[in-house]
Write a protein of this length. Structure first.
Length: 1002
């Protein structure tokens, strides 16, 4: 109550921010008015003037009013001129309104501007892009598809070019040289995936010249909610086929199809039994319905039964009982009668004992992963077996473990493919290929594949060619890519509901920008029906009614299947219409743009066509009788509804509520642009996934109390709130999921930054020689510590082992007699390092310095890339298996951080060892010339020996290994550090953000 009173007195934070910006807008308008007297040359010269002032130390905020005023004045001067935009001549007719200037200032401040549909977000971005591009480090505008990137770069490019800035646009088909040119421009437009994949490609490039990106300086993300939230769970991955395929989906498909058939028959029997028991034994009937809900939750007979409020209540009661802690064991036993158990909320399928018996009657344990640790211990403790036999048994155990794990994984993914993923909803089959449908936009996602073998399972299910598994070469999440930018901003029509996530994950504040004209759209209460059939019939009736009076209708569906069903129903009623879904996406912009014409009926999956304005055609736009001279809306709601039936504007129909309120707001936002009239209504049934999984119990009980008959609708604002509560529940779950993904990727991100930092330093050859020598010095120090003993026991063996290692690594001998005379490990390390440097300098002189740097670069990059790919594979396996640690009462995230740190430490050690082991053996010159070089090195550094370096190597090897007086070669292993050296006050490499001494070093 107090907060509400305080907000009324001083206003909300959003209102205070807007109020603070308004004087700046007034100053911009005054400056723009004064610029109208400038000549064209004087106005264009402002760009050079601003750049000069910035170079002298002025801040961007100092020149913001003038820069924004210049852009506004340029827009005014360009009015009436035309230029080509996507091969169509477009006439410029836009000058920024005050609210658009406010939006531009918010974007410059590194915040998210929420602006209603039709408020001109594309124009808003021109002002902050111009200002931030003046620093010469590039300003990026990220869009949701290639078409919008091309359109906006050409459309707004006219303004930028007028003011002397260059504009680039990234397109999917561009070659590296073209991409380099686009990034070199002052302002670059492109999709998030183009920017992200270019970053990954740059960090796998073998030459500095092949890198295309410059700086991550400033970026504005259009439809920021779509990019940073909807796509946040999908990482960007560059991958290639594995050398050996391990998939067995085609072999296991018959087993899974048999399971699915058996489950269907069993669930049908359960439903039949439940029907007969409802009157005589309702408790038993409820248990059987609970079993069906976990065995076949989308079974049509089951869903039909739940339409009866009494049966729905019985089922809800049984489910609640089964979820109680004291009944969990009983519930588990009941579900064991199924062949497999489906959990829709967690998107998982688990095979039961009965299922294992069915697919492997003689050996159900074949589908149980063996207890690797226990069996290994038993092998070690078996005194009747020799060491070599123990090793053989362990190798066989490892082989069996990996094979069983692979078989179970293949089976699990096939079960998910058959039970949880629907054709024409989650994916489509085109040209004998399984293509993913974006659940938020309804667009196809060519080139994208479900991970972890799921895509191959779907290919097996649909009997198309099963593509080979892929191996990750480079990967980054959308979240971590955009966190690279020094300053990030975004704009959208729907961000307020996700303000918490933007703040926590990206440190971005959402500012709601006021509209230029009051919104006149009427958002009607949801209409709720028992069944989908009743709901769809009511939707068709409303479409026909609107079409009769020539009112345009946009119908939003959440699946391809529903859009095609509605299309068939409309054809039966002879209503002309357009369908826009993943199957017919080629004419997206054209179809959406025409959706406001009189009598137009457009069916769009998940509001594909975001970013394209729906302008009302002639006869659709009418004077709004609610608006009086003072701008106040006075007409009562009931009268306004009657008016809408007569005059209309665009009418939006949602065929069901989406899991996210934001997606529903996007659909509603297509109507009522820039003060146009419009209306929206959502139709809901208790069979919809959202209602079925998260929110229908309360509404079902209301329907039961009221006694709703078939075909009768239910409408009330309280029911709207119940639906919103269900949506909030799902949003919170999805937010937790994305945050969980980010917590794991943050660990990987720290490692990625280190490795990519190494690579970029190597590509630039920046201190490359010093880096390589430093690695060799570290390796020498480690070998001295590992081989050379502090006491004299086994001293001969240790020195000989060190000498052999030295010879095999550096290919030239070291004075072991002198080494033996030194007293401490530090002295030995210093002498050996100096000896190595002298020979390295000689090798560099004879190879030629430029060629030597190229050789160092080649060795370092090949080593890092090879080991990094192996590390990514190991990290994938760790991430896949780490969840099982929770069964041992351990936090999987903490375990993941600790083990990934050990893996990364090993990676750093392996990189150093491999580079050191190769660098003296590799050469860019011919073998004969190389022999001469090595001979010269011997003459220069070992004049006491007349033998060639190769003779010396052979002689010393002979002495160490074949001399009768020599002892047997020791089987010594160096005492290597498990972790790299980390200063106590440095940040801990585990990614916690704490100092090493306060974290893993404690």
């Amino acid at each position: 109550m107090f907060n509400w009173i305080l907000k009324k007195i001083i206003g909300s934070r959003n209102e205070r921010l807007i109020k603070k910006i308004k004087p700046l807008v007034q100053k911009i308008n005054e400056l723009e008015k004064s610029y109208q007297s400038l000549t064209e040359e004087q106005l264009k010269a402002k760009t050079s003037e601003f750049r000069e002032r910035l170079s002298r130390g002025e801040a961007l905020d100092d020149i913001l009013p003038e820069a924004f005023a210049v852009v506004k004045n340029a827009c005014r001067r360009l009015c009436g001129t035309s230029w080509l935009v996507c091969n169509h001549e477009v006439k410029w007719e836009m000058v920024p309104y005050d609210v658009q200037i406010i939006g531009g200032i918010v974007l410059h401040q590194g915040k998210i501007a929420e602006m209603a549909t039709g408020e001109g977000k594309t124009l808003v971005a021109t002002m902050p892009l111009y200002l931030n591009a003046l620093e010469g480090k590039g300003a990026h505008l990220i869009t949701v598809n290639d078409y919008l990137a091309r359109r906006d770069s050409q459309w707004m490019g006219g303004v930028f070019k007028y003011l002397g800035l260059t504009v680039g646009c990234l397109q999917n088909s561009m070659e590296p040289q073209e991409r380099h040119e686009q990034y070199a421009c002052d302002i670059t437009y492109g999709t998030n995936s183009e920017f992200g994949f270019d970053y990954l490609r740059d960090n796998t490039a073998r030459n500095f010249e092949n890198q295309v990106q410059r700086y991550h300086h400033y970026a504005i993300i259009d439809e920021v909610d779509s990019v940073l939230i909807d796509e946040a769970r999908t990482p960007l991955i560059i991958s290639g086929p594995v050398s050996v395929s391990t998939q067995e989906y085609d072999k296991q498909r018959p087993l899974v199809e048999n399971l699915v058939r058996n489950q269907l028959m069993y669930c049908n029997r359960l439903i039949a039994d439940a029907k007969t028991l409802i009157e005589s034994d309702p408790e038993a009937a409820g248990i059987k319905l609970f079993q069906v809900s976990r065995g076949l939750p989308k079974n049509k007979q089951f869903l039909k039964l739940l339409e009866d409020p009494a049966i729905r209540k019985l089922y809800d009661k049984s489910e609640l009982e089964m979820m109680r802690d004291e009944n969990k064991e009983y519930a588990h036993d009941i579900l064991e009668s199924l062949f497999y158990v489906i959990d829709e909320k967690s998107n998982s399928v688990d095979l039961t004992e009965k299922g294992r018996e069915t697919i492997s009657p003689g050996d159900p344990d074949r589908y149980i992963i063996p207890d690797f640790i226990t069996i290994s211990q038993e092998i070690d403790e078996d005194e009747g077996v020799s060491e070599s036999e123990k090793e053989q048994k362990k190798l066989q155990l490892q082989h069996d473990y990996e094979r069983t794990n692979r078989i179970i994984h293949n089976l699990s993914q096939l079960l998910r493919a058959y039970s949880l993923f629907e054709k024409d909803v989650d994916y489509v089959v085109q040209d004998n290929r399984v293509m993913i449908v974006d659940e938020y936009t309804g667009r196809l996602m060519p080139g994208r594949r479900f991970g972890d073998g799921l895509h191959q399972a779907l290919e097996a299910k649909e009997r198309v060619k099963i593509e080979r598994e892929t191996q990750t070469f480079a990967t980054i999440t959308i979240q971590n890519y955009f966190r690279l930018y020094k300053k990030l901003a975004g704009m959208t029509g729907t961000a307020e509901t996700e303000a918490q996530e933007f703040s926590q994950i990206y440190s971005l504040e959402v500012v709601v920008i006021p509209t230029n004209e009051p919104i006149r759209r009427l958002d009607l209460d949801d209409v709720i029906y028992k069944t989908k059939r009743e709901k769809l019939n009511a939707i068709i009736d409303e479409i026909v009614e609107c079409n009769t009076r020539k009112q345009p209708v946009l119908v939003g569906t959440i699946s391809v299947e529903t859009s095609e069903l509605l299309s068939r129903m409309l054809r039966m009623r002879k209503i002309p219409h357009q369908v826009l879904n993943a199957k017919y996406h080629e004419k997206e912009a054209e179809i959406v743009a025409m959706a406001g014409q009189p009598g137009a009926v457009t069916i769009a999956t998940n509001m594909a066509g975001r970013g394209t304005d729906i302008k009302l055609g002639p006869g659709v736009v009418n004077v709004d009788p609610r608006k009086e001279e003072n701008g106040v809306f006075s007409m009562k709601k009931s009268k306004w509804q009657e008016y809408m039936k007569t005059y209309g504007g665009l009418h939006i129909i949602g065929t069901e509520r989406h899991e996210s309120r934001r997606i529903d707001r996007q659909l509603r936002g297509r109507a009522g642009r820039q003060g146009d009239p419009g209306s929206s209504r959502f139709y809901v049934s208790l069979e919809d996934d959202l209602m079925r999984l998260f929110g229908s119990d309360r509404i079902a009980s209301v329907m039961e109390r009221i006694g709703i008959e078939e075909g009768q609708e239910l409408t009330h604002p309280l029911l709207n709130r119940s639906i919103e509560t269900a949506q909030k529940r799902v949003e919170q779950r999805n937010f937790s999921s994305r945050k969980h993904v980010l917590e794991y990727d943050d660990v990987m991100n720290k490692q990625r930054e280190v490795i990519y930092g190494y690579r970029n330093k190597i590509l630039r050859k920046d201190g490359l020689k010093e880096m390589i020598i430093g690695m060799m010095e570290d390796e020498i120090a480690e070998k001295v510590a590992g081989f050379i003993p502090l006491d004299q026991k086994n001293a001969d063996l240790s020195y000989e082992a060190f000498g052999l290692w030295w010879l095999e690594t550096f290919l030239f001998p070291i004075d072991m007699k002198y080494i033996r005379s030194l007293k401490t490990g530090e002295e030995i390390t210093a002498f050996a390092s100096q000896w190595m440097k002298r020979h390295y300098d000689s090798k560099e002189m004879l190879e030629q310095p430029d060629r030597m740097r190229e050789l160092e670069k080649m060795i370092a990059l090949q080593t890092i890339d090879k080991l990094w790919i192996e590390h990514l594979y190991n990290m994938d396996n760790l991430r896949h298996d780490i969840g099982y640690r929770s069964y041992g009462q351990k936090d999987p995230l903490i375990e993941y951080k600790q083990e990934s740190y050990v893996l990364f430490s090993q990676l750093v050690d392996d990189i150093r060892k491999d580079i050191v082991n190769i660098v003296f053996k590799a050469s860019l010159i011919q073998p004969q010339e190389q022999r001469n070089i090595m001979a010269n090195m011997v003459e220069q550094f070992a004049p006491q020996s007349s033998a060639s370096i190769f003779d010396q190597v052979s002689a010393e090897r002979e002495m160490f290994t074949n001399s009768p007086e020599a002892p047997a070669r020791p089987d010594l292993k160096p005492l290597t550090r498990q972790l790299p050296k980390v200063g106590r006050n440095e940040l801990c490499p585990c990614g916690s953000g704490k100092k090493f001494k306060k974290c893993c070093g404690n």
